[in-house]
Design a protein. Sequence first.
Length: 201
Amino acid sequence: MVAVPARILMSAEKYLIWEPTQEQRYEYWDGEVVAMSGGTRSHNRVCGNFFRVLDDALLDRIFEVYIVDVKVQVESKQKYFYPDVVVTCDERDSFACAKGDRNPQLIQFPCLIVEVLSPSTEAADRGKKFAKYRQSSTLKEYILVQVAQPGVEVFRRNEQGKWVLSEYNLDELLPLESVNVEIAIADLYRQVQFETEETED
């Protein structure tokens, strides 16, 4: 039996000082510190592929692309999440960090967030995390990437401020309107082996 750790409660200020000193990553939910679960090799590969493709496409642009170890501040002193990939083009993120006025591990004004789904995180990524991410006035696209089988879901904020879902398959191109690039879905799954469905004889 695996021991379940007791709940860790602390202030946001203490969390921001304590968390970078830990070997494991922790998110922050309204005063509670929540340990991040480890990912599979396929999960890691898809995260890396998405980061690489985006970073290459935006190399000469004003966008900054980050992976895994950079937190997004969803609500000041309330929630801090670790998306799998996050993109910002807001000068407030760069300027504050350059001046030393802000935690260099934080993004406050994302335009695009990617979550690579796993069984332990999918419900939160689709539900309460997305509900909080939607409160960001700068976020334009929220992307969920399947790992067991190829498939990408993109939620885009339209001109009326409503979130609209579009779905993409392995052989399609993925238009990312928030950063004005188009990438091949197949590139996100490079060197990923999908789960095979067992068939009855």
